[in-house]
Design a protein around this ligand. Structure first.
Ligand SMILES: [Zn+2]
Length: 407
C-alpha cells in the first residue's frame, strides 16, 4: 500500500515533512518517499497529517461502565462487555493503536480484541492490580467484607485487583496475574483519589511486599509500575526496584533525580483529574471524590517539569474511568499546554513506546516499524485540540490494515 500526499510527523521530534509518501508492506512501514512499486494499492492522503498511531500508557478498559452500578451488580455482564467493546472501538477510532491497561481487565478482553473479533487497540496489560486490604484499588463498599471483593471479578472480562497482604500473598498474586496474561505488574503504594478507605498522604505496602513483586517481575524479564501520589510511598518503591510511576503528584527535583538514577519512568495522568474535577458523578462515583483531587493536578504539572529537568523518561496516560472515554486524546491536548505540542506528541508516541518497552516495534514512522498510523484533518501541532477530537481523526491504520477511513 502506498500512502501519498500527506504531511508526515514521524514521532521522533523531527519537523513535519509535507507530501511524504509511506510504503506499507506486510503490516510494516517498508519505505518513506521514493516512487510506488508497480501494483501498489494507492491511498490518497492529500490534506491529512499522519502521525504514528497514538499510545495511551494508562487506561482502564475494565471500568468502561458506571463504576457504582457495575460494582453493585446493577449491570449485566452483557452490558459491561458491550461498554468495554465500545470503548475499545472508540479508542482505536480516536487514533490510539496501542494502550497499556494499568489494572482491571481480564486477559479475555485483550485476547478478543487481538483476535480481531472486536475492533480495538493492541492492549498490553497487568490484569488485576495488586492492592493492600483497605488500599487504593479496592472499591468495595465499607460494609462489604473484604473477602467478598473478588466476587466482583467477571471471569474472562474484568478483574480489578487482588488484595495482597504480606510478601507471600504479593508473590502468589503476582504469579497469578502473570498466569492470567499480565505482561507487567501494577501496585498501589499510596492512597488514591478514587478510594473509599484511604488518604492521598497514606503510604501502602511495605518495602518487603514491593520487593516480592519486583522479584517476580524480574524473573519474567519485566517490571513493576506503581500508583503513587506522595513521595514517601514512591521512595520506598524505588528502593525496592520498581521501574515506573503512575501519577507522581509530588515528584520534585530530589525525587526526579532519584528516579533518573534508578531508570524509573514517569506516567502523569492529567485528563482524569480534569474529568473528576468537572464532575466525579460522571464516571459513577460519589460527588465527594472530586474534592479529594486536591493538589494532584498542579502537583503533576510541577512533577512533569521536575522529571523533564532530571532526564526521566516521561510518558502520558489519560487514566479515564467510567463511561464517556471518547475524548482520550485530551491528555495530549493538556500536555501540549504544559510543554509544547511536539513534545506532547513525541511523548504519546515514541516515549510511550519506550515506557511500554515496545519501541523496537511501534512509536515512530520509520522503516521496519509496524504500520500503526493516525491521519488527522488539520495539523494537531498548530491546534492541539485536534488530538481530542475523534471526528478530526480521518484515517487509522493498524498493522498496515485500514481500520478507519473517513477521508
Ligand atoms: Zn489508573
Amino acid at each position: 500500500m502506498w500512502l501519498t500526499g500527506a504531511t508526515v510527523i514521524d514521532g521522533t521530534g523531527a519537523d513535519p515533512v509535507p507530501d511524504r509518501s509511506i510504503l506499507v508492506e506486510d503490516g510494516r512501514i517498508a519505505a518513506l518517499g521514493g516512487t510506488p512499486p508497480a501494483g501498489a494499492e494507492v491511498l490518497d492522503c492529500t490534506g491529512l497529517v499522519i502521525t504514528p498511531g497514538l499510545i495511551d500508557a494508562h487506561v482502564h478498559f475494565g471500568m468502561s461502565s458506571d463504576i457504582g452500578q457495575s460494582l453493585t451488580r446493577q449491570l449485566s455482564v452483557a452490558e459491561m462487555a458491550a461498554d468495554m467493546f465500545e470503548n475499545c472501538r472508540q479508542t482505536l477510532h480516536a487514533g490510539f493503536t496501542t494502550v497499556r491497561d494499568t489494572g482491571g481487565i481480564d486477559d479475555g478482553l485483550a485476547q478478543v480484541v487481538a483476535s480481531g473479533k472486536v475492533p480495538g487497540p493492541r492492549i498490553i496489560h497487568c490484569g488485576p492490580l495488586l492492592a493492600q486490604t483497605g488500599g487504593h484499588g479496592y472499591l468495595g463498599a465499607t460494609w462489604e467484607p473484604s473477602e467478598d471483593w473478588e466476587s466482583h471479578h467477571v471471569v474472562g472480562l474484568r478483574a480489578v485487583s487482588f488484595l495482597s497482604d504480606g510478601p507471600d500473598s504479593v508473590r502468589k498474586n503476582a504469579r497469578e496475574a502473570f498466569r492470567r496474561g499480565a505482561s507487567f505488574l501494577k501496585m498501589c503504594v499510596t492512597g488514591g483519589v478514587v478510594s473509599h478507605h484511604d488518604k492521598l498522604t497514606d503510604t501502602q505496602f511495605t518495602a518487603e511486599e514491593i520487593a516480592a513483586a519486583v522479584t517476580e517481575a524480574s524473573a519474567r524479564g519485566t517490571y513493576v509500575t506503581v500508583h503513587a501520589h506522595n513521595n514517601a510511598g514512591l521512595r520506598t518503591a524505588i528502593q525496592a526496584g520498581v521501574k515506573c510511576v503512575e501519577h507522581g503528584s509530588e515528584i520534585d527535583e530530589e525525587m526526579a533525580t532519584l528516579m533518573a538514577q534508578h531508570g524509573v519512568a514517569h506516567v502523569p495522568t492529567l485528563a482524569v483529574v480534569h474529568a473528576l474535577l468537572d464532575d466525579s458523578t460522571g464516571p459513577g462515583l460519589p460527588a465527594h471524590i472530586g474534592t479529594r483531587v486536591g493538589h494532584v493536578l498542579d502537583g503533576q504539572i510541577a512533577a512533569i517539569h521536575a522529571s523533564r529537568a532530571a532526564g526521566v523518561l516521561i510518558g502520558s496516560g489519560s487514566d479515564y474511568i467510567g463511561p464517556n472515554q471518547e475524548r482520550r486524546g485530551y491528555e495530549i491536548t493538556l500536555r501540549a499546554k504544559v510543554e509544547d505540542p511536539m513534545t506532547a506528541l513525541v511523548t504519546a508516541t515514541r516515549d510511550n513506546a519506550r515506557v511500554l518497552r515496545i519501541d523496537d516495534e511501534v512509536g515512530t514512522i520509520e522503516p521496519g516499524k509496524r504500520a500503526d498510523l493516525a491521519g488527522f484533518a488539520g495539523n494537531p501541532l498548530d491546534d492541539p485540540a485536534i488530538f481530542a477530537d475523534h471526528e478530526r481523526v480521518r484515517l487509522v491504520l493498524q498493522r498496515g490494515r485500514v481500520v478507519k477511513d473517513h477521508r
